[in-house]
Design a binder for this molecule. Structure first.
Ligand SMILES: [Zn+2]
Length: 629
């Protein structure tokens, strides 16, 4: 019944109504099945109403009241449509028997929903649905809108977090009187206290998030899926404040879903991994895609025991055997990041290890700097981001020139990785550290991805995908690409773009910095550095000239949305201009224009003071989103 995607459509819609409610934490609990090419399980969302909606002022209430009265009058003459996509999901709960519809009515309802979704896709902007809005929905219930496509949503339920043992300590002043309204408030208050815990209590927080995610359900929620979204509501709940703050969604991916690709590695073994842009993770789990929705996550993923599961996570997870033939992998992050940065790869890869323990120790000793050289200047500065256990404030993390790293590759590429990639990683990490200071992330996995991977590399928190095509080119190709992806830890990840059309913010910086990192990693002389960088600039200039001559001018603009960059609709929805244009992924114009802009700045004020100002910029804006204005 879902609307077909329009392949001619240029712009990527971001549907989530993040101006009303935000996901603060996700818990994923998934099984990966290579036979059916399906990932199945559940995700629990821990939500927080956006502060302006947390308390409705009296004037707002009046406004709501007025509109509601008007709508009620209108509705008297209009038959009420109650959208139900999955009758079976609802019929299991007697509470929703009222919504059982006759065959004819059901068709009408489906059509109505389909039309609405089409309309939204066309404009790309979700019509605003706040507590007052009743126009499209047929009633005044608040809608949680998530970005979602190509997923089979099986069931959505409210989670009864009040049943978790030990959770009483988060209830503070709330008194439980047994009235159902009070119980709902209590559950939401628990989540509010839990998501607001200070950074130094993150372990306790994750412990209770996990317990809450396993708590029983306490009533199914109504939902409907559109082409680009999943809408969830609870009958009679009109505001984000009253909407359940812990929601569990049971779902499975579809083999054709475009967030992940099922393929074989270079040794012929099956594997699956996330593709990143353009549609990011919305076909892997329902989420809030707009970058303003910064969240943390925990994920448990199970697969057959000969597979490794790699993921964006602060811990270097090891497999835990569950039962005969099945292993589980657990990862978490404590730094809030856009859901689009979540990355997973599951395959029969092997870890490429150093020859012996002693070489590993030597390599690390070589890169630990005497403390006098370490960048202590910013010690007193306060971070500008929301609270999390930030490495910039952690003295031990600030001393770490080389973060722990692992390399994974298919069996047939192990030797090649051992020869070049493995030695290059500590050199490049150390060069990045001496250039920019503290590594924003605690560790790094590097994976040689299957040959169907469409670019040379992709950076995500804690994990870098590298194409096999960087391996045979000798150290230079592999090293520069590695440096480029490492630079994204600062520019693109720790400091993200608030508007995805401004990709030059991350790509321009990464392209500019890859030269500097790589020169330092090779320990070149000043003259050699200059020669190498001039040559690269020339090559890039030619590439840029060709591309500017041979591509549409509209696609070359660094800020496609001009003065309206970063703007979203009232609900928080927006579109990524040209986000779905196929030719865009092959274009480097944003990398190159950004690079030349930064290069010319560096030449004007001198590289040393330019890099000093970059470090200042990092200390001010890490953990936050920026716009180029
Ligand atoms: Zn910080």
């Amino acid at each position: 019944m879902e609307t077909q995607l329009d392949p001619m459509k240029d712009d990527l819609p971001l549907m989530a109504n993040t101006n009303y409610i935000l996901v603060k934490h996700y818990i994923l609990d998934l099984d990966v099945d290579f036979q059916s090419e399906v990932i199945e399980g559940n995700i629990v969302l821990f939500l927080e109403a956006v502060s302006q909606y947390r308390k409705t002022s009296s004037t707002d209430k009046e406004c709501c009241q007025l509109q509601l009265e008007e709508t009620c009058k209108e509705r008297a003459s209009v038959p009420c449509h109650i959208p139900v996509t999955s009758v079976s999901a609802c019929s299991s709960n007697p509470e929703y028997n009222d919504f059982a519809l006759s065959g004819k009515g059901e068709e009408d309802t489906f059509e109505k929903i389909g039309n609405r979704s089409n309309k939204e896709q066309t404009s790309g902007i979700s019509s605003s649905k706040d507590c007052c809005d009743t126009e499209d929905h047929g009633n005044e219930d608040f809608l949680l809108v998530l970005d979602c496509c190509d997923l089979s949503v099986l069931r959505v339920e409210e989670v009864d977090v009040a049943t978790v043992s030990g959770i009483e300590k988060f209830t503070k002043s709330a008194k439980l009187t047994g009235v159902s309204k009070d119980l709902e408030n209590l559950r939401n208050q628990i989540i509010h206290e839990l998501v607001s815990l200070p950074a130094d209590r993150w372990k306790e927080q994750h412990y209770y998030f996990t317990l809450c995610s396993q708590a029983p359900g306490c009533g199914q929620l109504l939902f409907t899926t559109g082409t680009w979204s999943l809408e969830i509501w609870k009958s009679g709940i009109q505001t984000p404040t009253d909407f359940p703050h812990a929601v569990r969604i049971w779902y499975k991916t579809k083999p054709e879903g475009r967030s992940i690709t099922w393929t074989s590695d270079q040794s012929g073994r099956p594997c699956v991994y996330t593709m990143g842009s353009p549609i990011n993770n919305r076909a892997l789990f329902p989420c809030q895609e707009p970058p303003v929705a910064l969240s943390t996550w925990q994920a448990s993923v199970r697969a057959a025991e000969d597979f490794v599961v790699l993921m964006s996570g602060e811990n270097s997870a090891e497999q835990v055997q569950l039962q005969e033939g099945i292993s589980s992998w657990y990862y978490y992050v404590t730094m809030p990041m856009p859901a689009s940065t979540f990355t997973i790869a599951v395959g029969c890869w092997l870890e490429v290890k150093q020859q012996s323990f002693t070489t590993a120790v030597q390599a690390n000793a070589e890169f630990s700097l005497p403390s006098s050289q370490v960048d202590f200047r910013w010690c007193g500065e306060i971070c500008g981001h929301v609270e999390y256990p930030c490495r910039f404030k952690n003295p031990a993390a600030r001393l770490q020139a080389v973060i722990p790293y692992r390399v994974f590759a298919p069996w047939c590429l192990m030797e090649r990785c051992k020869e070049c990639l493995l030695q290059l990683i500590p050199q490049c990490l150390s060069a990045a550290y001496t250039t920019l200071g503290t590594h924003p992330f605690s560790r790094l996995d590097v994976l040689i991805v299957p040959s169907n991977f469409s670019s040379l590399g992709m950076a995500s928190p804690h994990i870098i995908f590298l194409s096999q095509s960087v391996l045979p080119g000798g150290n230079h190709l592999c090293g520069t690409r590695l440096c480029h992806e490492i630079a994204h830890a600062w520019f693109g990840l720790a400091i993200g773009a608030r508007d995805w059309t401004e990709e030059w913010l991350s790509e321009g910086f990464a392209t500019f910095l890859e030269d500097i990192f790589w020169a330092r990693a090779q320990k070149l002389s000043q003259d050699e550095v200059k020669g190498q960088q001039e040559l690269k600039a020339l090559l890039r200039w030619r590439r840029l000239r060709d591309e500017v001559q041979n591509s549409e001018e509209e696609l070359q603009v660094l800020r496609p949305k001009k003065e309206s960059t970063g703007e979203v609709s009232e609900s928080g929805a927006s579109v990524v201009k040209h986000g779905l244009r196929a030719e865009k992924i092959f274009m480097q114009v944003h990398y190159l224009k950004g690079y030349f802009l930064l290069r010319s700045l560096a030449r004007i004020i001198g590289e040393a003071s330019y890099l000093a100002s970059l470090r200042k910029f990092i200390h001010k804006f890490h953990g936050q989103l920026v716009l180029s204005q």
